[in-house]
Design a protein around this ligand. Structure first.
Ligand code: CO8
Length: 259
């Protein structure tokens, strides 16, 4: 097993680090193999309440697919099937726990596609975003063309994908690509503070709230409201909900168990 991606669990937070700093954390087969494996591990571990994805080294979150591995494809049909059915990048969305992308430096191509899979994007003021794919003769093919329009709307997604232009962190915040922006030196601390806040919340409520927002987004309003009602009903008699109310009444901090 390679150490192209490493995971460290600390105080309820799984820190998943893209760990190829010499190539700006470009995505090779080692990364594609490790991501679903580690994220499944984070999902199965009750001690993990929140997942953070970050890039190693000073320069980049991730600069996309490893261009040095670009070769002719032996079978177009098999390649398409692999993409549709075994898409490693979907693992970021399969995790039922909240996933934060903590972004510094370059966040390009497949790197931006990873960030778009995450639930919350926090970026340093030195972050740079873009989709260079069309200039390389193909398209953002790890979900980028689909997730960008869902996050940004059609017009902005088309602009990013077709122009291939890079935008900086403040532009990214203006268009809603990231929801939080901080100084580069504060990124780790701000990410840790956000992750800790979410890790302290009742885990079932966090998981079902994520499910309600994410799944509801692909539904019409009536079905989304029905989904929300179902998930809320599931939470009503959980021990954690009763504990939260008891703690409020008794003016003490709550103790959540995940039940
Ligand atoms: N692949 C391979 N190596 C890379 C990549 C990359 N994507 N990005 C950077 N590197 C390497 C460089 O080759 C260089 O290595 P070395 O020191 O051995 O020569 C090292 O990282 C440092 O890079 P630079 O010297 O180029 O550093 P600069 O500061 O001059 O430039 C840039 C930084 C602007 C980020 C530049 O490296 C660059 O343009 N990189 C390519 C970015 C790019 O085009 N990414 C898109 C790839 S396509 C894609 O992601 C499609 C995804 C769809 C499928 C996803 C799943 C695979």
């Amino acid at each position: 097993m390679s150490d192209d991606v490493v995971m460290q669990v600390m105080e309820g937070v799984a820190w998943v680090t893209l760990n190829r700093p010499d190539s700006m954390n470009a995505i090779n087969n080692g990364v594609r193999e490790a991501i679903p494996r580690l994220l499944d591990q984070a999902q199965a571990d009750d001690a993990v309440r929140v997942v953070v994805v970050q890039g190693a080294g000073p320069k980049a979150f991730c600069t996309g697919a490893d261009i040095r591995e670009f070769n002719p494809v032996a079978s177009l049909a098999l390649d398409r099937q692999r993409r549709v059915h075994a898409n490693w990048i979907n693992a970021f969305e399969r995790v039922r726990k909240p996933v934060i992308a903590s972004i510094h430096g370059y966040c390009l191509g497949g790197g931006l596609e990873i960030a778009l899979c995450c639930d919350i994007r926090i970026a340093a003021d030195n972050a740079v975003f873009g989709f260079p794919e069309t200039g390389l003769g193909f398209l953002p093919g790890a979900g980028g063309t689909q997730r960008a329009s869902r996050v940004l709307g059609l017009g902005l997604a088309l602009d990013l994908v077709l122009s291939g232009e890079r935008i900086d962190a403040s532009q990214a915040q203006r268009i809603g690509l990231i929801s939080r922006l901080c100084e580069a030196s504060a990124l780790r601390e701000q990410t840790a503070a956000l992750a800790a806040k979410m890790a302290a919340k009742p885990p079932l409520a966090m998981q079902l709230a994520k499910e309600a927002v994410r799944q509801g987004h692909d539904m019409n309003l009536a079905n989304g409201i029905r989904l929300e009602a179902d998930l809320q009903t599931h939470l009503l008699n959980t021990q954690d909900r009763l504990e939260a109310a008891a703690a409020f009444r008794e003016k003490r901090p709550p103790k959540f168990t995940g039940q």
